[in-house]
Design a protein around this ligand. Sequence first.
Ligand code: CDP
Length: 210
Amino acid sequence: MIIAIDGPAGAGKSTIARRIAQHFGIAHLDTGSLYRAVALEALGMGDPADPATAERAAKALDLSMLEDRRLRDENVTAASSVVAAMPAVREALLDFQRNFAQRPGGAVLDGRDIGTVICPDADAKLFLTATAEARALRRTRELQGDAGGAIYQRVLADMKARDARDSVRRAAPLVPADDAIVIDTSTLDADAVFAAALAAIADTLAVTKR
Ligand code: CDP
């Protein structure tokens, strides 16, 4: 069973993907961490906005970097959506993601293009979304445990800039797959999103079996 979970930053994808994977006893891949690792590597090599540098970083990707604490740093986050817009970077990460999805038993992958490009034949596709304000508030709380004004404004601005880059790019833009179930998480807590996601998956599997 392959479950694809896509959506913009801070919509709650990774949390829900982890819980769903645990629920079904299958593996989980947070594909955003791949682009973050490429960004970190490219920053170390020079300018991540330079396509040749970003491509070299993607080809040199060492999976142990997925555990690096610096992946969530602000400069790495911003650079991740810059390198992610480059077709050569996406191409370099394609096989790893598709192979991961083919694990025996199945897998849950979360990202931006799982239902559209990486696993178009996934058994269930969810697209989590929420208002930019709700997503920025969550991210601010993650960062400092409290929603203070100045940090919130910066997180909101950075998130909008990243969403815009992810949505307008030509290579695998952020859009729901035609057959994805959209869940708006703006007013839902993690338990409610999990319940809605499980119900959506059960519905999709029931329809395919019929
Ligand atoms: O955790 P958050 O939702 O803020 O971001 P992420 O999932 O870690 O993704 C970081 C960046 O990687 C995104 O802004 C996208 O530019 C890129 N990404 C992508 O292009 N395709 C994916 N499948 C996953 C992430």
